[in-house]
Write a protein that binds this ligand. Structure first.
Ligand SMILES: Cc1ncc(COP(=O)(O)O)c(C=O)c1O
Length: 433
């Protein structure tokens, strides 16, 4: 008998830091395939949060698992720089084909937060400027740099202050809750004016390295801004030589009906941070830019041990192949239009469903209390999600009060599963009081 200690059979929840163990609903998953999760007691759930937007190509796509398995047998780890791997070389060749503008140089890392850290460091390093403009309601991750530009909920920052200096927050174009009390289309884009005011009165533009935002906010409530907001930010950045950095960690890889939300808005960011769906659940992320910019990042100025791991890279190459082969961005657009139409009908009869918005298969349903004030209704949102879960559909919340449902099935979701998910959600909204 080996002398290895046997772990007492305490529930995993008791061994995890409460900072994440108390999340919801803690399903004990034994297997996953496509849109389905099978729990250890044999129940089937439809995963309509896609492993938090990581499995756009579905859980355990056979082509992805085969590619990862093959690389696993060859060699697992570098580290990058000391050794190069074939899958990573292939990935670096494939990524520019789907990215906005000419992104032909990459810094690979493991998590979304790390990619955001990398983007901040790159921007400061190459411009020699300290300032960053971020946007209210944005979410960029949990590490100290990423959380310094995050304001989607105060709890993410509480007790960690002081955070990174030189960060200035501008209002995001959350039109359903316009920070200036205006209505969409007749507003004159006061939110762009607010950015100009910051640059005119608060911080000198020559002190600002980058403007960093999610082109469609995720954790902050699936907030889709008007196109003019995004194009206007591009113009302001061009005018002042400020880098425009898009965090497409959640919006990337087909989710919004194009490869990236950048393309949807017709705007090319200078720097792109990507992660999540890039490798179908293997930890991989990247800071992406043109070589004219990233080439100025001097040797040793940034580094990683696990970034660009060969197994994750093999999974990423296979994920991209699947996305091309199955036309997943276009599929997301088509299925997203169907789902949006259904949810808009639903909003017409459900007074607590205040707003439905989205692009592709990134759809948010915002719940509010009855009355003209649009007061958030997190309680109703929770009851809807619990009812869906009882009927086997997993949906996760977002928004400043967790009062928005994110509807993000895998882009490979079958028409039958999509119909099942929509019908369960409709029934839950209609049935909850
Ligand atoms: C837009 C965005 N940026 C950054 C992150 C952080 O990524 P990670 O949790 O992999 O560090 C997330 C995660 O949800 C995200 O949605």
């Amino acid at each position: 008998m080996s002398g290895a200690p046997v772990l007492p059979a305490v529930p995993l929840q008791q061994r995890l830091a409460p900072s994440l163990a108390r999340d919801w609903p803690r399903l004990p998953v034994a297997e996953a395939r496509g849109t389905e999760l099978i729990t250890t007691d044999g129940r089937r759930y439809l995963d309509f949060c896609s492993g938090m937007a990581t499995v756009n190509a579905g859980h355990n796509h056979p082509r992805v698992t085969a590619a990862a398995r093959q690389q696993l047998e060859r060699f697992i780890h570098g580290p990058l720089g000391v050794v190069f791997s074939e899958p990573l070389a292939k990935l670096a060749e494939e990524l520019p084909r789907v990215m906005p503008g000419e992104k032909d140089m990459f810094f690979f890392s493991c998590s979304g937060s790390e990619a955001v850290e990398g983007a901040i460091k790159l921007a400061r390093h190459v411009t020699g400027r300290p300032g960053l403009i971020a946007f209210t309601g944005g979410f960029h991750g949990r590490t100290l740099g990423a959380v310094s530009i995050t304001t989607s909920k105060p709890k993410y920052r509480a007790r960690y202050e002081p955070l990174l200096g030189g960060v200035y927050f501008a209002p995001f174009a959350y039109c359903y809750r316009c920070p200036f009390g205006k209505e969409r289309l007749s507003c004159g884009l006061d939110c762009l004016e607010a950015v100009r005011r910051i640059l005119g009165r608060v911080v000198h533009p020559s002190e600002v390295a980058a403007m960093i935002l999610e082109p469609i906010q995720g954790e902050g409530g699936y907030v889709v801004p008007p196109r003019e907001f995004i194009t206007g930010l591009r113009e302001i950045c061009d005018h002042h030589d400020i880098l425009l950095v898009f965090d497409e960690i959640q919006t990337g890889f087909g989710r919004t009906g194009d490869w990236f939300a950048s393309q949807l808005f017709g705007v090319v960011p200078d720097v792109l941070a990507v992660a999540k769906a890039i490798a179908s659940g293997f930890p991989l992320s990247a800071v992406c830019a043109h070589r004219d910019l990233m080439g100025k990042w001097t040797p040793g100025a940034h580094g990683t041990t696990f970034g660009g791991n060969p197994v994750a890279a093999a999974a990423a190459v296979a994920t991209l192949e699947v996305m091309h082969r199955e036309g997943l961005p276009a599929r997301a657009r088509r299925l997203g239009q169907q789902a949006l139409a259904r949810f808009r009908d639903l909003a017409g009869r459900a007074e607590r469903l205040g707003d439905v918005r989205g692009e592709g298969l990134m759809i948010g349903l915002e719940f509010v209390q009855p009355g003209p004030d649009r007061r958030s209704d997190p309680d109703f949102c929770r009851r809807v999600r619990e009812r869906c879960l009882e009927r086997g559909v997993l949906l996760y919340p977002c928004g400043f009060d967790d009062h928005v449902i994110r509807f993000i099935p895998p882009l490979t979701v079958s028409e039958e599963h999509l119909e099942e998910g929509i019908a369960v959600l409709e029934e839950a909204v209609d049935g909850c009081r």
